[in-house]
Design a protein. Structure first.
Lengths: 536, 204, 95
């Protein structure tokens, strides 16, 4: 295993020996730090699977007609790619890994409010993942509905829907339990002196996120249950032949899935709010505005779900209500961008890998967000719905947003988690290759969508060929970058230079504990007097 | 040198209760999803819902409502008993709660089997020949009362478990938050039925 | 931060009175639906249900005696669910 980095009298959480030994000591651990890493390692596996699926889809799209797979296979690929990326990676992602690891430390606590429930949350995650992935291997073929499971096809298709839907249902519980845990932790376990307005912005982001997890997930849970009832009992809720309305399925599905995207992005914004002040060596501009914006996004985000359904057949009143609210919800996000950029004004910048990830985040998140505004306009949406434009939009905002923030977070908190530093040259080379490939992959899709290429099709007409080649080559280039980044991180956990407690001169509580932290984080619970990010 | 047992000794009753309340919110949203479906289809099929509701037995529904209300009272009283160190009385009250729950389930069993024997169940021939509104009404009836019944079963298990904890003195007058939490869960089950009852039985 | 128990004890008799009120409301709601109020039948039934719910929340579930945070959150959840239903109906009412 990783060699001991701290003295035996107060071993790091990596070396600590409890009731169980070896692997058992990890999968039965209630230590929030180990649970965070369990999520990280699991996600690495699932992400690799989903990324390979994506790469193979891009290989198929390299040329018109069948390249390496037929339509049915392609449909099952984008379904599994979506299910894995959404439910196993980006929804749990930042809260499960970095929320678990750092929330207690950043508020001065020894663990979360319910450590055993926390472990259960990971177990539920693994069980749900296996159920969902098992859909690939039994029955009459892997699911082909897309990750959105739209009715009526989702109850008419002969493919193996039940495990996929059940898996997603189970995964919802993992999300809910984590949300409950974090809310109670922040209400009850902040260190003395840390009132709400002295809490750092990543915990604030997790707070908003946790309420969404808790209040939105049950609705998709019961909706998936209804799909199961439709498939097994012909209950009729979404079947037009029995009086049901397929559009109601879309309403219910997106009532969760839109807030879900805020589950994805709020913690990402929280990470950026941590990284920027540290490497600007300047306090964050507009702390209060960012807090209020976080809560505003969480709240208003509940009422925009219809913008996924503009072409479905909703009433005119619904159309323009959802459009207006969609433009409204962009405002607090924009406020955050202004605040981050303002923080950089007259700052003393320390140009390190995490900061470069944050800068790249700003770039791709803006492209993603602004393209969302285009889609939020009713007249444009008629033209662009279900085209490659949408695919570009959400990859920029989810992969670009949550994904870049995730990589930024890994590099930022890496020395704290593993007690070693990653290789900085390789990290930057990897980032440069990845970023180039990322944009080559997704930028052409905007033009493809605007000129009429539909999404979720394995084939296309000849005029789309050129940009598709660029896009597919971009994918390969991006994967090379990913391999470099991940290899560097994995390797440095054992061979990296030993890191100090506070290599970036950060001002939040995690930089005051050992690298890696001991089991209970703090020898004594700190008393907090200052606001976070207090640079002179 | 840190005392590792400190982590296990962390007791926070208020936090435990807060966690339970948030869980209750998730349950309300879970049933809320079905209420959304009910409200839409009721709006679209008012007459059919009205007619279909006449096939349900108001007496049985009212009886079940009374049963759950009484059981809510008994579990609430059980908390008072524990606070007053009346362990025996607490166990009796909790037992009565469980008994009432079982009677509720027996009633529900008769209701369901009655309907099924008349050929009214999701996917049945008779239902297929009915109006779309009727199909939706009974779909919702089975889905919502079925999900509710599942929660009753879980509630019985939860209260039963706490009864055992009371018996072995793990729950006592100065340490009873899990009893409170089980009671909260039970009241939630009651709350849901308070809405299900009029929406299915009283819209005739 | 209080780790111990709140010491508020509700009397048995209070619970009995609450049950009686709830039963009265239940039987009233059954009686009122025997009358034909047209479209207001649902409203009436839901009104009774809402009153009963508030009573259960306040007394059986102890919200009247707990920190205000819980009652505020509960009200918030109800508002959220109601708002979502209203927004959904913006579609169905105007198709």
């Amino acid at each position: 295993m990783i060699e001991t980095l701290t003295q035996d009298s107060n071993p790091s959480f990596l070396d600590y020996k409890g009731r169980f030994k070896g692997l058992m000591g990890w999968i039965f651990s209630t230590d929030h730090k180990r649970i965070g890493l369990l999520y990280l390692y699991s996600m690495l596996v699932f992400f690799s699977i989903a990324a390979i699926l994506g790469l193979m889809m891009k290989l198929e799209l390299m040329a018109p007609g069948k390249t390496i797979m037929g339509a049915q296979t392609y449909n099952s690929f984008f379904t599994l790619h979506g299910i894995t990326m959404i439910f196993l990676i980006v929804v749990p992602g930042l809260p499960a890994v970095f929320g678990n690891f750092f929330l207690p430390i950043m508020i001065g606590a020894k663990d979360v409010a319910f450590p055993k429930l926390n472990l259960l949350s990971w177990w539920i995650y693994i069980v749900g993942a296996f159920i969902a992935l098992s859909a690939q291997f039994f029955g009459d073929g892997p699911p082909d509905t897309g990750w959105t499971f739209y009715a009526p096809y989702s109850f008419r298709t002969g493919t193996n829907m039940l495990p996929a839907v059940t898996g997603a249902f189970v995964l919802g519980f993992s999300s809910i339990v984590t949300g409950i845990n974090f809310i109670v932790t922040m209400h009850r376990m902040r260190a003395p002196g840390m009132n709400w307005m002295k809490m750092p912005l990543f915990p604030w982001a997790l707070y908003g996120t946790s309420w969404i997890q808790v209040l939105a997930t049950p609705i998709v849970g019961v909706t998936l249950l209804m799909v199961v009832l439709e498939r097994t009992l012909q209950i009729g809720f979404f079947d037009p032949a029995l009086g049901g309305d397929p559009i109601l399925y879309q309403h219910l599905f997106w009532i969760y899935s839109h807030p879900a995207v805020y589950i994805m992005i709020l913690p990402a914004m929280g990470v950026i709010s941590e990284i920027i002040p540290t490497f600007a060596r300047k306090t964050i501009f507009g702390y209060t505005a960012i807090v209020v914006s976080t809560l505003a996004i969480a709240f208003v985000g509940y009422f925009v779900w219809g913008h996924h359904m503009f072409t479905s057949g909703m009433s005119g009143v619904a159309l323009y209500t959802f459009s207006i609210l969609t433009f409204l919800v962009a405002i607090p996000s924009a406020i955050k961008i202004f605040n981050w950029v303002a923080t950089l004004h007259k700052a003393s910048i320390n140009l390190q890998t995490p900061f470069m990830w944050a800068l790249c985040f700003l770039f791709v998140f803006m492209i993603g967000g602004l393209s969302g505004m285009v889609l939020g306009a009713l007249s444009a949406n008629v033209h662009l719905h279900d085209t490659a434009f949408v695919v570009a939009h959400f990859h920029y905002i989810v992969f670009g947003g949550t994904g870049f923030a995730f990589f930024g977070a890994v590099h930022y908190w890496y020395p704290k988690m593993f007690g070693r530093m990653y290789d900085k040259s390789w990290a930057n080379i990897g980032l440069a290759i990845f970023f180039t490939g990322f944009n080559a992959l997704y930028l052409p899709m905007f033009f493809l969508g605007m000129t009429g290429m539909p999404r979720r099709y394995y084939d296309y007409v000849e005029k789309f060929h050129g940009p598709n080649i660029i896009s597919s080559l971009g994918a390969m280039f991006m994967i090379v970058g990913l391999i470099i980044i991940i290899t560097n991180l994995v390797r440095s956990a054992r061979h990296g230079v030993i890191a100090e407690k506070d290599p970036w001169k950060g001002k939040t509580l995690e930089w005051t504990v050992d690298s890696p932290p001991s089991l209970e984080n703090f020898d004594e619970i700190p008393v907090v007097t200052d606001h976070p990010y207090k640079y002179d | 040198m840190t005392n590792h047992s400190l982590i296990d000794e962390h007791r926070d009753d208020e936090g435990s209760k807060t966690g339970m309340w948030i869980f209750i919110f998730t349950e309300l949203l879970l049933f809320g999803g079905l209420f959304i479906v009910y409200s839409v289809y009721r709006y679209l099929n008012p007459m059919a819902f009205h007619l279909a509701a006449e096939e349900l037995d108001v007496f049985l529904g009212t009886a079940n409502t009374v049963i759950l209300l009484v059981s809510s009272m008994t579990i609430a009283m059980a908390i008072t008993s524990i606070q007053l160190k009346r362990k025996g009385l607490a166990l009796i009250l909790m037992g009565v709660t469980v008994l009432l729950a079982i009677i509720f389930m027996v009633n529900k069993y008769f209701e369901w089997t009655g309907k099924i024997s008349h050929g009214i169940f999701p996917g049945s021939e008779i239902l297929h020949q009915s109006s779309q509104g009727e199909i939706l009404f009974f779909g919702l009836y089975y889905a919502m009362t079925g999900l509710h019944a599942l929660h009753i079963i879980v509630g019985v298990g939860f209260i039963g478990y706490v009864m055992w904890l009371v018996k072995i003195d793990d729950v006592k007058h100065d340490d009873y938050v899990i009893l409170e939490n089980s009671a909260l869960y039970w009241h939630l089950v009651d709350l849901i039925w308070i809405f299900l009852f009029p929406l299915f039985y009283l819209i005739t | 931060m209080d780790n111990g128990q709140h010491t508020h004890i509700v009397k048995y008799s209070t619970f009995v009175w609450i049950l009686i009120i709830l039963l009265v409301l239940t039987f009233s709601s059954v009686a009122i639906t025997q009358l034909d109020l047209g479209v207001y039948t649902v409203t009436g039934a839901l009104l009774f249900a809402s009153i009963k719910s508030v009573i259960v929340l306040m007394y059986f579930m102890h919200l009247k005696f707990d920190k205000k945070f819980y009652a505020i959150m509960m009200a918030g959840i109800v508002l959220l669910l109601t708002s979502v239903i209203i927004v959904t109906f913006l579609d169905y009412l105007y198709r």
